[in-house]
Write a new protein. Structure first.
Ligand code: UT7
Length: 334
């Protein structure tokens, strides 16, 4: 029997219209456009406004676009996986809301939480459903409404984050295409360095937790930077090496967009020039699980069947990893 692999056969994305510029941030906290640009590389980010709009609002739009572009009937979708740290509610799951609103009524669904590496975690999980031979159409949605957990009184974190969501369709292939190799790692010892301290079962919401502003992202930036820069580059280098990919074999690096300096270090480690690296941090900031699918979405028209893509991410947990993807089709699906 021929070996079945999972390949991405379409991509959808959504970023909100409202833009929050560095100039806007400078009016909220003591910072400058120069600091944000030189230390992080962000000029502006998109923010989702509107009462009651959570991550599902963006996920629904990304999935609807994906279904339109691929001309797939939503009733054919068998699994919907959502990678997000900013679920609409503690329960029920966001994936069930997205599936319901997009007409994926024959799918089973679940949420995953791999923070900024969430897309890589969900992609490998979705790919494994396809590889079993039992499932033919799996949607992976990844994204976050990071502004819902951003403290606009904290200058060390508020310039970093934005909102956005991507969605990909996974289908079986017997060609040499798709999710070729995966490295996924976790080190729970990293948990205190990047965390939302309250609102979970360890520290449920209370007046005190609200007063102490513990329902926002807390990040020890320097520590996270140190691990991110090493682990993301290591994972990308390891996956390239073990698949015998030289710098000339790599068509694109698709890095998580947390800091341009981390992206730069990853590219340097692989010896790949920056014109082969997908970068959109300057306009979207860090959308957590959304960054990698949003890059693929934006670059879709430039991608060709057989292109070698190295995806790499690092996030809270700590979670990190790299995926070697052989792209499945030419150019943009209408
Ligand atoms: O996506 C999930 C994973 N997350 C990441 O990968 C993020 C990793 N971390 C980073 O990208 C960086 O650590 C940050 C962008 C968060 C911070 O950059 P940094 O170069 O590590 O800055 P720092 O925290 O070492 O702070 C340097 C200085 C400090 O002042 P002193 O102590 O040297 O006087 C900060 O108080 O910059 C100061 N600072 C700011 N100054 C102006 C911190 N934030 C700001 C700000 N504007 N917004």
């Amino acid at each position: 029997m021929e070996k079945i692999n999972a390949v991405i056969t379409g991509i959808g994305g959504y970023v909100p219209e409202d833009v929050l510029t560095n100039e806007d941030i400078c009016k909220m906290v003591d910072t400058t456009d120069e600091w944000i640009m030189t230390r992080v590389g962000i000029k502006e980010r998109r923010i989702l406004k509107g009462e009651g709009r959570g991550t599902s609002y963006m996920g629904i739009r990304a999935v609807n676009q994906l279904l339109e572009k691929t001309k797939v009937n939503p009733e054919e979708i068998e699994v919907v996986i959502v990678a997000s740290t900013t679920a609409d509610y503690r329960f029920p799951m966001t994936a069930s809301i997205i599936a319901y609103q997009t007409g994926c009524k024959n799918a089973f669904t679940f949420d995953m939480q791999g923070a900024c590496a969430g897309f890589l975690y969900a992609l490998e999980t979705g790919a494994n459903y396809i590889r079993t031979g039992r499932y033919k159409k799996v949607i992976v949605v990844a994204g976050d409404k990071m502004t819902s957990i951003t403290n606009y009184e904290d200058r060390t974190t508020c310039p970093l984050f934005g909102d956005g969501c991507g969605a990909v369709l996974l289908e079986p292939t017997t060609e040499e295409l798709g999710v070729m190799d995966v490295i996924l790692r976790v080190d729970g010892a990293g948990f205190p360095h990047l965390i939302m301290k309250a609102g979970g079962s360890a520290y449920p919401s209370s007046h005190e937790t609200v007063d102490h502003r513990e329902h926002f992202v807390y990040q020890d930036g320097r520590t996270v930077f140190k691990y991110a820069v090493t682990y993301m580059a290591d994972a990308a280098a390891e996956i390239a090496e073990r698949n015998h990919l030289t710098k000339d074999d790599i068509t694109w690096i698709v890095p998580h967009q947390a800091n341009l300096r981390i992206i730069d270090a990853t590219a340097k480690r692989l010896g790949v020039p920056m014109d082969k690296v997908m970068v959109n941090i300057q306009k979207y900031g860090n959308t957590s699980a959304g960054t990698i699918p949003l890059c693929l979405w934006e670059w879709e028209d430039k991608l060709k069947k057989g292109d070698n893509l190295i995806l790499a991410a690092f996030g809270a947990g700590f979670t990190w990893g790299s995926v070697y993807l052989k792209w499945g089709y030419d150019g943009k699906k209408a």
